[in-house]
Ligand binder design. Structure first.
Ligand code: SF4
Length: 374
């Protein structure tokens, strides 16, 4: 299993919490950006001949903010240059303020079969405060336009003075849109973003409050039939995102476009973060990579543990031993002993107990420290 990620670095305006590679002032450069993207797709396709890809994911930025013909063009180029499985999951991130019937018809024809919709919150005042371009009603309109399609909603916890009641109402709104998948992320106030000032002013919930909100959201989603298959991701049975599941299985993926990351042949590499740097490299027939790291076997072991422990299923011990040549119970005996109160341990699987899933970082870091000793 392998995935293709395509980054579309354009948005109508910048949200106050955003530190992604998205450039609202550069919307006019779509044509030249996609010309470069198509060229990069061709180059990587030649390099990765022989691999079959079974997911494609258009993220951003806001893929639905650009002319839909460019998305269709990217899909065509991917079909020409990569071996894509006939039943591939093909996801497009959508901002509710930027989708209409005409765009949807083009996406459908291009093969998009799953939509990830950025709701964030069901409260218009907070949406305005975050500088989002849409309302709660726009979310419902987008969902009704996409009726019958596979849909996911992104929602945020840790917003200004957010209460449990507000979070549950936001979840209700997402469910009213008939999504079968919800991603619930904690807002991270990054230095340099406008919301960081609000954080310094104490206007955002603290860590304990966020943990309580998360727990309330998790329980409510569970009551509504959404099981948590990864710390931030909830789905009805059988509706999990295959693209994201591949990341957590430490599967390979190729990232195309500005700032996209890749993992191929045990090498992690990342593309340039600015439009100019990215496009200049591609025009010179170079891959626009700016960093690269070959992962050794010890690194691979830790990555596999870290990624698997984020998931509900946990780490499959036999798979770990086969893929890394290690002996999990022996190599990580010390970490397993120190963290045993937080883990469910069986001969086949090791997973974090449900109630500790949200505070997993300290548990996972024990495996990093100990793995260095073997
Ligand atoms: S829509 Fe997403 S990528 Fe664009 S500015 Fe807002 S948070 Fe950033």
């Amino acid at each position: 299993m392998a995935g293709i990620y395509i980054h579309i670095p354009f948005c109508r305006q910048k949200c106050t919490y955003c530190d992604f590679a998205s450039f609202p002032k550069e919307l006019g450069r779509q044509e030249s950006y996609f010309a470069c993207l198509y060229r990069e797709i061709k180059g990587r396709g030649e390099q990765l001949k022989g691999r079959v890809f079974d997911t494609v994911y258009f993220g951003g930025g806001t893929p639905s903010a650009v002319e839909p013909q460019y998305i269709a063009g990217a899909m065509k180029q991917i079909g020409n240059c990569f071996a894509v499985a006939p039943d591939a999951e093909i996801t497009l991130e959508v901002n509710p303020g930027t989708i209409d019937e005409k765009k949807y018809a083009i996406y459908k024809k291009a093969g998009i079969n799953r939509y990830s919709i950025g709701l964030q919150t069901g409260f218009d005042g907070e949406l305005r405060r975050l500088n989002r371009i849409h309302t709660a009603k726009d979310f419902l309109l987008a969902c009704s336009l996409l009726k019958g399609e596979r849909k996911s909603a992104d929602i945020l916890i840790g917003l200004h003075d957010q209460t449990e009641e507000q979070l549950l109402k936001t979840i209700d709104l997402a469910l009213a849109g008939e999504v079968e998948h919800v991603s619930m992320y904690a807002l991270t106030p990054e230095v340099g973003t406008p919301i960081y000032t609000d954080y310094l002013n104490g206007e955002l919930p603290d860590g304990d409050e966020i943990a309580d909100l998360y727990d309330a959201g998790r329980r409510y989603l569970s009551e509504k039939g959404f099981h948590r298959y990864e710390v931030s991701n909830f789905a009805k049975e059988g509706c999990e995102s295959r693209h994201n599941a591949n990341y957590w299985k430490r599967g390979e993926y190729i990232g195309l476009g500005v700032s996209a990351s890749s993992f191929i042949d045990e090498r992690r590499f990342t593309n340039a973060f600015t439009l100019d740097e990215y496009m200049n490299a591609v025009i010179l027939n170079k891959f626009p990579e700016i960093s690269s790291e070959q992962i050794d076997n010890e690194g691979a072991k830790f990555e596999m543990i870290m990624l698997a422990l984020r998931t509900e299923k946990g780490l499959c011990v036999a798979e770990f031993n086969v893929r890394t040549g290690g002996d999990f119970f022996k190599d990580y005996a010390a970490a397993l002993a120190s963290q045993k109160n937080y883990l469910d341990i069986s001969p086949e699987f090791v997973r974090i107990k449900e109630e500790y899933m949200y505070v997993q970082n300290q548990i996972i870091s024990a495996f990093m420290e100990k793995s260095d000793n073997f």
